[in-house]
Design a protein around this ligand. Structure first.
Ligand code: ZLM
Ligand code: CA
Ligand code: ZN
Length: 406
């Protein structure tokens, strides 16, 4: 309908299961799985399914998840629900995983940083196990398409949950599907580059591979000593000096680009293309995993950047042009309609299609009000100019690029 064609000379696969859409983290919790419904409708409405192979994801197995996560944690995740939480917490095997102590936390935390309090970052909700094992299954199926040479680019917008640790949920992430994917890729590829454009630091992935020189992690994120609430921007790690675990062979195989609030398209492009370009040149990856968190867009409910969909998409095109096996994952993104627009646009870029700006109103998710203004109107690509004050000095960006030489 929009002249959608299959890409010439390469194959793209799309991995998804609609069952993830029905989940609710809680009434006002920022993570809204229905943003994936919007994304799916926009992708299908544009006819992009004709440009790729689409696969209905099946749940990952416990054994697959144990490739990274603690066996007790995996059992807990597989069995937990709001009804069984209290009882499971009392079992010695789980109770021994004492709740981590965070001084800022008002809510009661159970083992593995899970909680039934509505104010928690990682609540236990109905259907949670199904949701976790499904998004993980989709990422593993996408990974398998790449490692068996059946796809050149594989996409799972329901994955990309970069904060989860070996035995701890963190920042809306329970199973680290990214780590599981990369562990699987290492069977086949000598070196894997992980790039993370979510507005938050990809701490879980960096930590998992901090001693592994075959995996280079590179995260771009908001970082600074303060935010609106007087706290550090979550998770508070990812300083420029953080380059992997000192004294191990993994040292220098992590890179972090800490960014002040309000960075604009031009500044982000400069940072992203010079640093990602130099990293690829030096590391010579055999495959690339890109976490496309859409909370780096302007107008995001949690984010603090001023990036437009066009520039976000150019980050995808830039790594795609390297011609390496590429896994595209979702991640954060809390202004749902903008998430859908961005990921639909990036699905088009992955398949070498160009979507018109004037897609009919009934397809385009309606504009979302932000700070008293509606932006985007009926357009596919709304412009989010300067919703956040730009604290980003060009001279500081140059410093970060120059520092690469070490
Ligand atoms: N409190 N409800 C990004 C993960 C960001 C830690 C401060 C919890 C929220 C947030 C939860 C309903 C990714 C922190 C926050 C309030 C300790 C964060 C529940 C609103 C709500 O209304 C809310 C009552 C909740 C959580 C806001 N949490 C905003 N920011 C971060 C985690 C994940 O995008 O990178 C990948 C998917 N957490 O700042 C607190 C320190 C818990
Ligand atoms: Ca990031
Ligand atoms: Zn995020």
């Amino acid at each position: 309908e929009y002249g959608i064609t299959r890409p010439a000379g390469y194959k793209v696969s799309f991995h998804y299961n609609s069952q993830v859409e029905d989940m609710h983290f809680g009434k006002t919790h920022p993570m809204k799985p229905w943003r994936l419904t919007l994304t799916k409708h926009l992708v299908l409405g544009c006819g992009l399914q004709y440009a790729m192979d689409t696969f209905e994801a099946v749940s990952a197995t416990k054994e697959q998840v144990r490739a990274f996560h603690d066996p007790d944690y995996v059992d807990f995740l597989a069995e937990v629900s709001p009804g069984t939480f209290e009882e499971l917490c009392k079992m010695p095997r789980f109770a021994s995983h004492a709740p981590p102590k965070h001084d800022y936390d008002a809510v009661d935390l159970g083992p593995f940083n899970l909680s039934t309090s509505p104010g928690a970052d990682c609540p236990v909700f109905d259907g949670m196990s199904k949701y976790l094992f499904l998004y993980t299954g989709a990422t593993l199926a996408a990974t398998n398409q790449l490692t068996t040479n059946q796809s050149d680019i594989a996409i799972n917008w329901s994955g990309g949950l970069h904060h989860a640790h070996r035995a701890e949920a963190s920042g809306f992430c329970y199973i680290n599907d990214i780590v599981l994917s990369i562990v699987d890729m290492l069977r086949v590829y000598p070196r894997v580059l992980y790039v993370d454009i979510d507005v938050h630091h990809g701490d879980g992935v960096e930590e998992a591979f901090q001693r592994q020189p075959r995996v280079m992690t590179l995260s771009y994120h908001r970082y600074g000593p303060y935010d609106d609430t007087g706290h550090k921007f979550f998770p508070g790690t990812g300083d420029l000096t953080d380059v992997g675990l000192k004294g191990t062979v993994g040292e220098h195989f992590a890179l972090n680009v800490p960014i002040p609030s309000g960075i604009d398209d031009r500044q982000y492009k400069y940072l992203y293309e010079s640093i990602t370009g130099r990293t690829i040149e030096a590391f010579k990856p055999s495959a690339i995993v890109l976490q496309c968190g859409a909370d780096s867009l302007g107008g995001d409910r949690l984010g603090q950047f001023n990036i437009n969909i066009k520039q976000h998409g150019e980050c995808v095109s830039f790594v795609k042009n390297m011609g390496l096996p590429l896994l595209l994952l979702g991640g954060g993104g809390y202004t749902a309609r903008n998430v859908a627009r961005a990921w639909c646009h990036e699905t088009a870029l992955a398949t070498d299609n160009v979507l018109p700006d004037n897609i009919p109103m009934d397809l385009v998710p309606r504009p979302e009000a932000f700070m008293g203004r509606a932006h985007g109107e009926g357009k596919m690509y709304p412009a989010f100019n300067r919703l956040h004050v730009n604290d980003c000095k060009d001279s500081d960006l140059e410093y970060m690029v120059k520092r690469l030489d070490n």
